[in-house]
Design a protein around this ligand. Structure first.
Ligand SMILES: [Zn+2]
Length: 479
């Protein structure tokens, strides 16, 4: 039987258009999903949209439109990413306004409540509307939310339901102890271990329906709706059909190795809060969580006011989907923050795609077309690439692939098959065929990252002809 593999992104909150950080997250998840599939796994790949909460409600009210219409509009934009970013067509897309998810969130709540992890109390504190979270003193940086500097915090008093996070400290620490690579990379894992070891505060998991009606009703209490984080986190299992579809849930979550990918601003929610919620509901925890760094631009965090926002759709329009996938996986560090500028993107495109793989494939296939029979070798990815892919170091895996592309370029320069074939046709044809075989190997390694490019190179090799349209056209950049 095929082994199951489950991978999920976080669900972006639909109060704005998709940003490049999320594009990176879903592309990396897709690279992993495609890779695991190629290794014989049955893959369940999930993404979707987080659609409840104060900010969404407020935006819809401010714009004078129906909240459902507002979230429908944004959900479509996010669904459009699948096409724009060449995400696997069989990706599951869950919306937290789906009827099934709503029922699952309520069932999850009931389990936590039945197990004694939910209670009601009056709470007063500083609330960040950006995070949809109450913040404590130790969260603040210069009196502000570290993720939303410049945005005033609201003083809020409410009677809400609370989740007994504090009661789960020992169990979380035991989980971290038992799984030395539960969070990757190490420095993020250490950060969350420290956070939990320092002591946990119970957190509010509901809002009054009167103040904020756009949420999932708390089971048995019409006056309250669920806090958006509590509801949204449940998507990682409701997407598998939990609690109704026990078969799928068991296959991928209980007996599989459920894997999550998230940005560093989601470290606490994914690796502590969500895990505590699973423990409280008496369900197995996630197997592993990969934490991405941030993409900065021109030395700063991207922001509209600085005018340095990089729109993934713009890059796709100008350079194509495959170029964006390539750049975000190979040139953005897997775990550290990375600075991205359009200039650097353009340089990498020209050097590694137009002049790199594009030029190599076209030169080699032009020679093969003229002097060789069609190549029927089976593509064989290299072990060194497998090792990096298995370790989830996609950036290094693709550094390696480009070192193979360079090596093949060098072989052409050194062995000069275009001359050799004129002096000794048989030796020349053999030499070219050997090089096309290596191009096939390279193509098999490109497949998870650049599926369309790989498809076109395979087709050109099978037809023994150079690609009619260049794989990566040279793009002039206005000065
Ligand atoms: Zn915030």
């Amino acid at each position: 039987m095929q082994k199951p593999f489950y991978i999920t992104t976080t669900l972006p909150y639909v109060n704005a258009s998709p940003h490049v950080g999320f594009a990176m997250e879903i592309i990396r998840a897709d690279v992993l999903a495609r890779y695991k599939k190629s290794q014989g796994y049955t893959v369940f790949f999930s993404t979707g949209t987080d659609e409840h909460g104060q900010k969404i409600y407020q935006n819809a009210v401010d714009q004078g439109i129906d909240t459902q219409a507002y979230v429908d509009h944004y959900a479509e934009q996010f669904k459009g990413l699948r096409q724009a970013l060449a995400i696997s067509p069989d990706v599951h897309f869950i919306r937290t306004t789906d009827a099934h998810h709503i029922a699952a969130a309520q069932a999850f709540w009931k389990r936590c409540a039945d197990n004694g992890y939910i209670y009601k109390k009056s709470y007063e504190g500083l609330y960040c509307v950006g995070c949809e979270m109450f913040l404590t003193d130790k969260d603040l940086v210069h009196g502000e939310c570290p993720h939303h500097p410049g945005r005033p915090l609201t003083e809020l008093k409410e009677e809400n339901y609370f989740f007994k996070f504090s009661a789960l400290q020992e169990k979380l620490l035991a989980l971290y102890e038992a799984r030395p690579d539960f969070v990757i990379p190490d420095f993020r894992f250490n950060e969350i271990k420290q956070f939990v070891a320092d002591g946990l505060n119970d957190f509010s998991i509901s809002r009054t329906a009167e103040r904020m009606p756009w949420g999932i009703p708390v089971p048995g209490d019409d006056t309250q709706v669920m806090y958006v984080w509590f509801d949204a986190l449940v998507n990682y299992i409701s997407t598998l059909g939990w609690p109704d579809d026990q078969e799928t849930f068991t296959q991928f979550w209980v007996e599989g190795t459920p894997t999550q990918i998230a940005g560093k601003d989601n470290l606490r929610q994914q690796s502590a809060m969500w895990q505590a919620m699973l423990i409280a509901a008496d369900l197995p925890t996630t197997h592993q969580i990969l934490i991405n760094g941030f993409i900065n631009s021109g030395g700063h965090k991207m922001s509209k006011s600085l005018g340095n926002v990089i729109d993934p759709y713009d890059l796709v329009r100008e350079y194509g989907t495959e170029a964006l996938r390539y750049y975000l996986v190979r040139h953005v560090h897997q775990y550290e923050d990375t600075d991205v500028t359009i200039d650097r993107f353009h340089e990498a495109y020209t050097a590694h795609l137009a002049n790199g793989i594009g030029n190599l494939a076209s030169r080699l296939l032009a020679l093969s077309e003229k002097y060789c029979q069609p190549n029927t070798s089976a593509p064989a990815p290299h072990d060194a690439w497998h090792r990096e892919m298995d370790a989830y170091r996609f950036d290094r895996a693709y550094d390696y692939v480009w070192s193979c592309i360079q090596a093949l370029d060098k072989r052409i320069a050194d062995e000069q098959p275009f001359k050799l074939v004129k002096e000794d046709p048989q030796a020349g044809a053999l030499c070219i065929t050997g090089m096309v075989t290596e191009l096939l190997n390279i193509t098999s390694m490109l497949e998870p990252l650049m599926p369309h490019t790989a498809e076109r190179i395979y087709a050109a090799i099978a037809a023994n002809t150079k690609p009619e349209i260049p794989l990566f056209a040279r793009i002039e950049r206005a000065a």
